[in-house]
Unconditional design. Structure first.
Length: 193
């Protein structure tokens, strides 16, 4: 990211600037995915190593909260990400579509819209004002399902990270080529002065 931001300063070509900005956005995206992945791994580890039932509930809640927030953020990136793939990397489109089908399957299997989002809003990301609602959400947590859901979403994020890394590699190569070209043109222009 530092390389790209440095190169942005020496070029004025709009096409190069756009490529650099795309590269920076993808680096931020893969960094977000990595942080979300680590949150899920820590939650999973906490459940596995839990000493009390409350530990299991605590790490399950955190895991479901991480799933909810990761998927919301993932969804926010998808419009620009899909556009990038279709425009620049059509050879990766099928793999990208498979990832999104996997996410859809996971969301359905673990009731993302009906259970995870409600748990997030009532007992994980926020606590409901009505203690009975909060308590009922806590009571509805099945630890074995939590383990499976957290592991499943972590595996999904790992697949997305690997996929995104392919795009980062291609963007890095394109950025370097365009930066070198823009730098050479800039130096040529400076020498003519």
């Amino acid at each position: 990211m530092e390389f790209v931001e440095k190169e942005i300063l020496i070029t004025e070509k709009e096409s190069v600037l756009e490529l650099f900005k795309t590269t920076v956005n993808q680096i931020k995206y893969i960094s977000f995915l990595s942080a979300a992945y680590l949150d899920l791994l820590v939650s999973f580890s906490g459940i596995i190593n839990a000493k009390t039932a409350w530990d299991e509930i605590y790490y399950s809640r955190n895991g479901f909260l991480a799933i909810y927030e990761a998927i919301k953020t993932y969804d926010n990136y998808q419009k620009s990400f899909r556009k990038l793939i279709i425009s620049n990397y059509p050879h990766l489109n099928e793999e990208y579509n498979e990832l999104n089908l996997e996410l859809k399957k996971l969301k359905k299997e673990y009731y993302y819209d009906n259970k995870i989002s409600i748990l997030r809003n009532k007992a994980a990301g926020h606590y409901d004002k009505n203690y009975v609602i909060y308590y009922n959400q806590i009571q509805s947590i099945d630890v074995e399902t939590s383990k499976k859901a957290i592991a499943g979403f972590a595996n999904f994020l790992q697949s997305v990270i690997i996929f995104s890394d392919k795009i980062i590699d291609e963007l890095q190569l394109s950025s370097k080529i365009n930066a070198d070209k823009a730098k050479a043109e800039w130096e040529l222009a400076q020498n003519k002065k």
